[in-house]
Design a protein around this ligand. Structure first.
Ligand code: PLP
Length: 395
């Protein structure tokens, strides 16, 4: 029997590594396996390739290569920004972030609170956007860092981080942004944005997992978080993940060419899928602002069902999507992003994220359009009181 083809609509979780990226990486597992820190030619030729990747990534975000610091992932980049800001300003013990950040910030914030720091989590509006006046009011003389994500991984909603950065500049406060979901989808110009630090992760950009970067604007005081050898000009110890760094660089080059596709073809597919669901499946609504969001993400609430059950049915058809729910001790906790937006718990638990990418085709959208209505109907039929809830949501 022919294997069912994969319909992958979870590109905010991770992305398929581009064949061109794999090709660029392979020599670093076979002939070019030297240590880039070695003084002899066999090592320094590897260092040249790391330098090349740094230049390509810097070009993608309009930075200088010396402002790019390679890390092991987006999480490490975020954690490093927090720790650096606190280390270089020991008298300042307050951090501001938002209530809808990725766990890379949320969990680290809670850890810092346990260590005696103060963290303010700014609330968001019902459409996932941030009232920038709240930031202005939250800044204190002891604020060491403001860290706000650029695009939300669950809803795709984008904060106006250039405004946040300007407010921070006015108050002399460092500003970091988690932009892990942005590259390849929206053009990044760190100079226009005015950020001091910015995190990216390769695996959201058709490059491998386990490599990220932190942009640190020239002149920003920086203290290393992972300390060891003198790699990354003494700012991040540890032998470089050379093959992955080279792959990340190649992905940056490709992303500059595919960004138009994300904003035309991918956006149109996302919109077709979203419009179909909202129009044709009763009891559905969009979570998040329709305009100020990534072109690839649709987060849909299905009333009267559990998202996890719907994901299982989708999985049977080899369709991959996700929910923001987290499983803790066997019970499903609704997404902190959706509950922060004021979405009712039962609606949050029935919300599914579809995130498309450049490898999706209209066939993928056709498949979901064909299968989804029946699945939703079937699940609602199995839920006690489902029909009443569905009618309420339609009203
Ligand atoms: N920040 C955001 C917004 C993310 O979506 C993710 C990953 O899902 C991360 C940070 C963490 O990145 P990584 O998986 O590279 O640690």
């Amino acid at each position: 029997m022919a294997e069912q083809r994969l319909c992958y609509l979870d590109n905010n979780a991770t992305t398929q590594v581009a064949p061109e990226v794999v090709e660029a990486m392979l020599p670093f597992y076979t002939e070019l396996w030297g240590n880039p820190s070695s003084a002899y030619g066999f090592g320094s030729q590897v260092a040249d390739h790391v330098r090349g990747a740094r230049e390509k990534l810097a070009a993608m975000i309009n930075a200088d290569p010396s402002e790019i610091l390679f890390t092991s992932c987006g999480t490490e980049s975020n954690n490093s920004a927090f720790m650096s800001a606190l280390s270089v300003q020991p008298g300042k013990r307050h951090i501001i972030t938002s209530s809808v950040e990725h766990s890379a910030n949320m969990a680290f914030g809670r850890l810092l609170e346990k260590r005696g720091y103060e963290v303010t989590y700014l609330p968001v509006e019902s459409d996932g956007s941030l009232d920038i006046c709240l930031l202005q009011e939250a800044i204190r003389p002891d604020t060491a860092l403001v860290s706000l994500m650029w695009a939300n991984n669950e809803t795709g909603v984008m904060f106006t981080i250039e405004e946040a950065a300007a407010i921070c500049r006015m108050h002399g406060v460092m500003f970091h942004s988690d932009a892990v979901q942005v590259p390849g989808k929206v053009k990044i110009d760190v100079k226009d944005l005015g950020v001091d630090m910015m995190s990216l992760s390769a695996h959201k950009l058709h490059a491998p997992k386990g490599v990220g970067l932190l942009y640190v604007k020239a002149g920003t005081k920086y203290q290393s978080y992972v300390t060891g050898g003198g790699q990354e000009r003494g700012r991040r110890g540890g032998t470089e993940n050379v093959a992955s760094i080279v792959g990340f660089g190649r992905a940056a080059e490709l992303a500059m060419a595919t960004i138009d596709d994300e904003n035309t073809r991918v956006r149109a597919m996302r919109d077709r899928l979203e419009k179909f669901i909202l129009k044709q499946i009763p009891g559905t609504s969009r979570n998040g602002n329709a305009e100020k969001r990534l072109p690839n993400t649709a987060n849909i609430a299905f009333s009267g069902l559990e998202a996890e059950a719907l994901l299982l049915l989708l999985n049977k058809e080899n369709i991959c999507a996700s929910s923001g729910s987290a499983c803790t001790t066997g019970s499903l906790k609704p997404s902190h992003v959706l509950t922060s937006m004021g979405v009712r718990e039962e609606i949050a638990q029935g919300s599914v994220r579809f995130s498309l990418g450049i490898y999706n085709t209209e066939e993928d959208v056709d498949l979901v359009i064909e299968k989804l209505p029946g699945m939703v109907e079937c699940l609602r039929g199995n839920m006690p009181g489902a029909s009443r809830e569905t009618q309420m949501a339609e009203a």
